[in-house]
Design a protein around this ligand. Structure first.
Ligand SMILES: NC(=O)c1ccc[n+]([C@@H]2O[C@H](COP(=O)([O-])OP(=O)(O)OC[C@H]3O[C@@H](n4cnc5c(N)ncnc54)[C@H](OP(=O)(O)O)[C@@H]3O)[C@@H](O)[C@H]2O)c1
Length: 304
């Protein structure tokens, strides 16, 4: 099964710089099969984008997948495709930003399948909107915290007891490069909420490693999906297709590193520590000469 569901074709020069901008993946079905065949994998955000591509790849390698998202029809389509190709997948439609739905999902899934070997925390919501346009939009901050921070915390808390009892487990978080760099203008809601879970998991990782539970935080830059599509300039920059992003998750599963970062990130972090003032000035200029996206303005006007 190959399913390339990339939305936009990136520019040639963007593809040429891909080696610098994107974390390295692993495209090796045999190694993946060794790591996941018969394993129970809970994958959130499996209806679109990175999660959908990852679901097909893991199913091909023989994993038993529990797929979560809100769009129940789309999730059923993903499951149907996987089953048609001989794979094993189960759809659990839930809004992870709603604690009662996340609780019900975990209870049902554990009652039906007993344990999870690998949790891939991928579901997420991005908002890029200036603070001036957000002054009457407290909901932007509530909803990003609910899905990018509190929902994943609830899932991990619910899964830790059975992982600890089995002395094994792997929690993979799809974070974002932005949380490792100084904050960018217009990204307050997204970066704060992604940063909250990133820090939470890195702290928890120190405690659970000795109990046999691994964690991997992945820091992608740009992935060409419906999430990045409303900000058109993102598709001019070097990014990954959803299949390439799935290969990065594949590397996380096979090698279990503590993190996976794009090559530019470490020099970027060092530069931001050594030269904070010019970086801040540069960020202010970027803000001055850029705009809120049409999509962001329209959804704010409609009160969405
Ligand atoms: N795209 C990028 O450039 C980029 C860069 C760095 C990191 N990331 C991270 O990568 C992850 C996947 O993003 P993507 O680009 O693949 O985005 P996407 O195509 O918009 O997919 C997001 C997924 O999350 C699910 N989701 C959203 N809200 C949910 C909720 N309340 N409850 C349950 N599921 C929910 C969506 O399904 P439903 O709508 O059906 O619920 C969808 O399956 C995110 O965590 C994102 O922060 C993306």
């Amino acid at each position: 099964m190959t399913h390339n569901i990339t939305h936009h074709k990136p520019h040639i020069w963007a593809r040429a710089l891909s080696w610098l901008a994107n974390p390295k993946g692993l495209n090796n079905l045999d190694k993946l099969r060794n790591a996941v065949e018969g394993k129970h994998i809970l994958l959130t955000g499996a209806s679109f984008g990175i999660g959908e591509a990852t679901a097909y790849r893991l199913a091909n390698a023989g994993a038993i997948l529990f797929l979560v998202a809100r769009s129940s029809d789309k999730l059923q389509q993903v499951v149907a495709k996987i089953r048609a190709g001989g794979g094993q997948a189960y759809a659990y439609s839930a809004d992870l930003s709603k604690p009662e739905q996340a609780k019900a999902l975990i209870e049902t899934m554990l009652a039906e399948h007993h344990y999870v070997d690998i949790l891939i925390n991928n579901a997420g919501k991005s908002i890029r909107r200036s603070i001036m346009m957000s002054e009457n939009r407290f909901q932007d901050f509530e909803r990003t915290m609910a899905i990018n921070y509190l929902g994943p915390v609830q899932l991990v808390l619910a899964l830790l007891p059975s992982m600890r009892a089995r002395k094994q487990g792997h929690i993979i978080n799809i974070s974002t490069w932005g949380v490792r760099m100084p904050p960018g203008a217009r990204w307050a809601a997204y970066q704060a909420s992604k940063g909250a879970f990133d820090i939470w998991l890195r702290s928890v990782a120190l405690e659970i490693k000795a109990q046999g539970i691994d964690t991997t935080s992945i820091y992608p830059a740009i992935v060409y999906t419906r999430m990045s599509a409303p900000t058109p300039w993102m598709h001019l920059l070097p990014g990954m297709t959803t299949d390439e992003a799935a290969h990065v998750i594949e590397r996380a599963i096979v090698d279990k590193p503590i993190d996976i970062i794009p090559p530019f990130l470490r020099p970027g972090e060092v530069t931001s520590v050594l030269f904070p003032a010019p970086i801040r000035k540069g960020m202010q200029l970027v803000f001055k000469y850029s705009k809120d996206s049409e999509a962001s303005i329209k959804s704010a006007q409609k009160g969405l």
